[in-house]
Design a protein around this ligand. Structure first.
Ligand SMILES: C[S@@+](CC[C@H](N)C(=O)[O-])C[C@H]1O[C@@H](n2cnc3c(N)ncnc32)[C@H](O)[C@@H]1O
Length: 262
């Protein structure tokens, strides 16, 4: 039996706009014969449809798409330690599923790929899952990463803004950490993974500007920007309405603190 490592390409595909696929991503897609997709529910079917359309357009004929149900994740554990433990546990179960798929569906020496939403380097567990599989030592992997256009880059482009003000830092954070830690003075904060409209907590301040986008790059894209005090209510209702219509939502926003409204 061959002991050649299996090659696994982790390909960033952009966050919804098929034209955000890079030439490097297209070339990588052509090299793979098997594509792995994990997901669940309505979100899964929309996101998988986009992947399938990209593959039909760019992958080599005869490719195989292998889909599996994403393992259940405990979302009840609210404190920081509990959250980290729940994510760790979920990653391990994802690693179990992916290890089985790779072993059963990708022969040694062959090339497979994970198509990762946005950029694999940003709030995505694929690389950690592959590290865990490699660390177990039961299947030899050679992993290669192709960067993608993240939802953050797409958001900034659609609003025609730079994320930073001149010579200043930008912080990227999940909404839950912003709620725990606050923004800091005169900060520029990009907020992702917001389940609860975290921006509303700052809506009574008159020195905050928001650049918000949902389903950025897709035909369902919604964009709103303006002084937070003026637009927070509109964003909250657009968000609730879109979430009810689609069954899920993906939104990202920049909060610029310390900027007086005109
Ligand atoms: C698990 S993270 C994945 C991020 C992804 N790797 C990236 O580079 O954009 C999911 C979060 O990304 C953001 N996101 C992904 N796609 C988006 C889109 N098309 N529009 C707005 N936000 C998006 C949302 O904040 C969502 O909660």
């Amino acid at each position: 039996m061959s002991t050649d490592p299996r090659r696994v390409l982790v390909i960033g595909i952009g966050a919804g706009d098929p034209d955000h696929l890079t030439l490097a991503a297209v070339k990588a897609m052509r090299r793979a014969s098997v594509f792995f997709v994990l997901g669940k529910g309505e979100e899964k079917s929309s996101l998988t449809d986009l992947r399938r359309r990209m593959l039909d357009e760019h992958a080599s004929p005869g490719y195989r798409l292998v889909e599996a149900e994403d393992p259940w994740r405990d979302r009840e554990r609210g404190d920081r330690a509990g959250y980290a433990a729940a994510v760790h546990d979920w990653r391990s179960r994802r690693a179990d599923v992916c290890e089985r798929l790779i072993r059963e569906e990708l022969p040694p020496g062959a090339t497979g790929a994970f198509l990762v939403w946005g950029d694999p380097a940003l709030y995505d567990s694929t690389l950690a899952v592959l590290d865990e599989i490699a660390g177990r030592g039961s299947v030899a992997l050679e992993v290669e990463v192709v960067p993608g256009v993240s939802s953050v880059s797409a958001l900034a482009a659609r609003h025609r803004i730079t994320l930073n003000r001149v010579g200043r830092p930008v912080r990227l954070t999940p909404a839950r950490r912003l709620a725990e830690e606050g923004p800091g003075e005169d900060a520029d904060v990009v907020v992702m993974l917001d389940a609860r409209e975290g921006f509303t907590r700052y809506a009574d301040r008159d020195d905050v500007h928001i650049y918000w986008g949902a389903y950025v790059g897709t035909p369902d894209e919604i964009l709103v920007s303006g002084p937070l005090r003026e637009v927070a209510g509109r964003i909250a209702s657009l968000r609730a309405e879109a979430r009810a219509r689609h069954g899920w939502i993906m939104d990202t926003y920049l909060l610029r603190f310390g900027e007086q409204a005109d």
